[in-house]
Design a protein around this ligand. Structure first.
Ligand SMILES: [Zn+2]
Length: 333
């Protein structure tokens, strides 16, 4: 049974396709958009039956991947029914114009990821990609079938590299797979909102779980419970693969031996409490059960605070703040 890529973050199925494709998938044909449409803009374009065109996937210049024609169906993309009945077609947005038609690094990385994923799921491409410079190979160009500049000098000039990189990843990926749901013991690991976010949205400390096996732009998705692995809407965010590999493994939260400690402040004014809360938030220590506070008097002028699951580095930051704001504390563990 044919499936679609789990790397997709946007879907708008086009009516411009043949259902189902007549042949097994054994080729990939990357195109360039000759423009830099967003995925919704591309979706709106191929939604028009008057356009008489579609693609299985499109990648925008930020590396987001959209689905516009199920892999089970033949897209209208390469001016060749023979090619497209066998090919998964991918439109890649440019980030520059003629004559070079440049493609961003983010879009390139997404293209490599998507090709790897397609090869992994389709038996006809289990051997990887073969670039021969003509229609006989398994990595084909639009320009083989019609008088078009597509895929453009920049992307077209990297097809041999694309096949090499995809094949390298396919062999490497078989060596050490980390299954979804693998426990990751994170210690101040930068968390990203998206695979291609340039700056992190804070850090994460504690036990998380690999959401899925896909690696995009060198990052993987994490979730907060093993039961949420693979579940849509349950992605906490993205972390670097290198961080995940380092954090994977042996320990579980129950018998954690990383020296996590708890800091208790018996009496903090509301102003001191606010400063402590803000620091805890910045250190990602406000997760349920990590940060507890209660008023110590009926007039709510002071609080007692307990911050748990604190790593050594975070403990140092919390102690430093307590000293700065003049709040007495006790540390346990
Ligand atoms: Zn094309």
């Amino acid at each position: 049974m044919m499936s679609n890529s789990a790397l997709v973050s946007y879907t708008q199925i086009s009516p411009n396709c043949n259902v189902p494709r007549r042949q097994q998938i054994r080729k990939i044909t990357p195109h360039h958009m000759a423009g830099w449409l967003t995925l919704p803009e591309f979706g709106a374009l191929v939604a028009k039956s008057s356009r008489q065109m579609s693609a299985n996937y499109a990648i925008d210049k930020d590396g987001n991947i959209g689905l516009f024609c199920d892999e089970a169906n033949r897209s209208w993309c390469s001016s060749s029914p023979e090619n497209d009945h066998q090919a998964v077609t991918i439109e890649v947005a440019n980030d520059g114009g003629a004559p070079d038609w440049h493609v961003s690094n983010a879009a390139w990385r997404a293209l490599v990821d998507l090709c790897v994923d397609i090869c992994q799921r389709n038996p006809g491409l289990a051997g990887g990609l073969l670039y021969t410079g003509n229609a006989r190979g398994t990595l084909t160009k639009h320009s083989y079938f019609s008088a078009t500049a597509c895929p453009g000098p920049y992307l077209g000039g990297r097809f041999a590299e694309l096949a090499r990189e995809v094949n390298r990843r396919l062999t490497g990926a078989q060596a050490e797979p980390m299954p979804a749901g693998t426990a990751l013991h994170l210690e101040r690991v930068p968390l990203y909102v998206a695979s291609n976010s340039l700056s992190s949205a804070g850090t994460r400390t504690g036990t998380y779980y690999l959401w899925g096996t896909a690696v995009i732009g060198g990052r993987v998705r994490i979730t907060n419970s093993p039961d949420n692995a693979g579940r849509p809407g349950q992605v906490t965010g993205w972390i670097d693969l290198a961080d995940a590999v380092e954090a994977a493994g042996v320990r579980d939260q129950g018998d954690d031996d990383r020296g996590l400690s708890t800091i208790r402040i018996a009496h903090a004014s509301n102003v001191q409490a606010l400063a402590l809360y803000e620091l805890a938030q910045a250190l990602d220590l406000v997760a349920p059960g990590y940060y507890r506070s209660a008023y110590t008097d009926t007039y709510k002028t002071a609080q007692q605070i307990e911050i748990g699951q604190i790593s050594a580095g975070d403990a140092q930051a919390v102690r430093k703040l307590c000293e700065e704001i003049g709040a007495a504390y006790e540390q346990e563990g």
